[in-house]
Design a protein around this ligand. Structure first.
Ligand SMILES: *Cc1c(COP(=O)(O)O)cnc(C)c1O
Length: 355
């Protein structure tokens, strides 16, 4: 019986299934709908040819970090690269959380925080947002300090709600909470007001960034931790030596050199996001949430039927199984014709229900 060696406490885990089966339009993973330009692709091709394939890559991804620093206006000495920000979340948990230590998260928020901590055998405490997915900062700080965790992690803008905590309130949280505060800025380009420039002013602030959303490079798996030098030193002790592969480093460097391309793409995505939000808001009987990211969350008592109809039409958006979000759907902004198609189906669906 090989099973006797398996871990009982993660027996309910399932392999991650991105559900790529046969969907014509995929608006479920918050990817960018804009691919790379032909001229960028050509540059990438010639750079990849020059990669020394028989050698290990730069373990610190120095050039990549330096270009990411230029992109977001921060010195490279505050930056560490990871194999997606997913890996950085894992590294942070492994670096700071010892047996019995607590991680505090918000509910709803990105589910990977909790799962990585469970795999580690750690304890997670969830603090619920109110029914409109907001939270009073003072009571949040009080709750966090009552739990006495080592880490409080949250996404800003929030995935899946699209809501935000203001910079002023985040600074208050970092200032008053007696723990490490991790702000996951996966969607920050669609909002703008980053907390990144505060990393040098606080001992307990870590900011996460990724190339998977606004930078349209999910395939490369590139993420970054931005924090002060003492925290960075601890993270680097735990990070796998060659965590970012050399091909992704080189390609990431080329994309980050072309900031004009990135800025144009972000502008287009925001336009489509706003269009999607405006049009969804006009539909009766669904409740649409204000968004600062590249997706829109909405609520309908018929969410299941809407989702089924979209799937029958070859369109995948994000549905949720957990109790809090079971009536909600999250749709990533696609290009104009994709968004129009989604809107048409949702409208048809909603008008056909007898509510
Ligand atoms: C998509 C997403 C990530 C994952 O980013 P990768 O860099 O692709 O691993 C991290 N955090 C949040 C909140 C996300 O939505």
């Amino acid at each position: 019986m090989i099973e006797k060696f398996f871990r009982e406490d993660i027996s309910d885990f399932q392999p991650y299934d991105a559900g790529k089966e046969n969907f014509r339009i995929r608006l479920d993973a918050n990817e960018s709908f804009i691919g790379l330009s032909q001229s960028l692709k050509n540059k990438i091709l010639s750079a990849v040819i020059s990669v020394e394939f028989n050698r290990y890559p730069d373990p610190q991804s120095n050039k990549l970090c330096s270009l990411y620093g230029k992109y977001c206006g921060i010195d490279e000495k505050y930056i560490m690269a990871g194999n997606g920000s997913d890996e950085i979340i894992q590294i942070i948990i492994n670096t700071f959380l010892d047996k019995g230590d607590k991680l505090v998260v918000l509910d709803p928020d990105f589910s990977m925080y909790k799962s990585y901590n469970r795999v580690r055998g750690g304890k997670t405490v969830s603090i619920s947002l109110d029914k409109d997915f907001n939270i009073d900062t003072d009571s949040l700080i009080e709750k966090i300090n009552y739990e006495n965790p080592k880490i409080f992690i949250f996404s800003n803008p929030n995935n899946p709600t699209g809501g935000i905590i203001s910079k002023k309130d985040i600074i208050k949280i970092v200032d008053k909470c007696n723990c490490i505060v991790v702000v996951d800025e996966a969607y920050i380009e669609f909002y703008g007001d980053s907390i990144i420039y505060e990393v040098k002013n606080y001992k307990n602030l870590i900011v996460l960034r990724t190339c998977s959303k606004a930078l349209g490079s999910a395939v490369l798996r590139l993420g970054f931790a931005i924090t002060n030098e003492s925290i960075l030193k601890e993270l680097k002790k735990v990070k796998p030596p060659f965590n970012v592969n050399g091909v992704s480093q080189v390609i990431g460097e080329i994309i980050l050199e072309d900031t004009e391309y990135v800025n144009k793409a972000v502008k287009k995505i925001i336009e489509q996001r706003d269009y999607l939000y405006e049009e969804l808001s006009k539909i009766n009987k669904i409740k649409v949430y204000r968004t600062n990211a590249n997706f829109v969350l909405f609520k309908s008592i018929n969410s299941k039927k809407i989702n089924e109809k979209l799937e029958r039409n070859g369109i995948k958006i994000r549905s949720f199984k957990d109790e809090v979000l079971k009536d909600y759907l999250r749709v990533t902004a696609g290009n104009e014709s994709q968004n129009k198609e989604v809107l048409k189906i949702i409208k048809e669906c909603v008008t056909s229900f007898e509510i």
